[in-house]
Ligand binder design. Structure first.
Ligand SMILES: [Zn+2]
Length: 135
């Protein structure tokens, strides 16, 4: 797949990683939901320039994306929270509001730390992140 190309290109650009993840010349098809969720899972500030993200973190981002895509195929939904069981898992299956860490949750408390989730526009797409977990 395009992992090597992604790491090569992302690691050379002084452009925010949140923007690079939506740049088709860097990586194709991540989309807005996975962008926000992958950056949260990596605890990475979306405004970090690509060339300041450690290579192993870029590698982890790619691996996490592949993992989430596989989960999505398996479950039939973009499920981006790990380890849900029982009622929590059923709620996430049934309702998108229980399915994500940060996406679509502007102003709501972070599921990990309680800080209100931030919302900004990046390249005309809504970007969600936790200003504390992803400082
Ligand atoms: Zn947080």
């Amino acid at each position: 797949m395009g992992e090597r190309r992604f790491i090569e290109r992302a690691s050379k650009r002084r452009v925010p990683i949140g923007q690079l993840l939506m740049d088709q010349s860097v990586v194709a098809g991540i989309g807005n939901i996975y962008r926000a969720e992958i950056l949260f899972r990596a605890r990475l500030n979306p405004y970090t320039p690509g060339n300041e993200v450690p290579l192993d973190v870029l590698h982890d981002i790619w691996a996490d994306w592949v993992k989430l895509l596989n989960v999505g195929v398996e479950v039939g939904r973009m499920m981006t929270i790990d380890g849900l069981t029982g009622d929590e898992y059923q709620a996430a299956l049934q309702d998108v509001r229980h399915r994500h860490w940060v996406y679509g949750r502007a102003g709501e408390p972070c599921r990990r730390c309680g800080t209100p989730i931030s919302l900004a526009e990046m390249q005309n797409r809504k970007l969600y992140w936790c200003p504390s977990c992803q400082a």
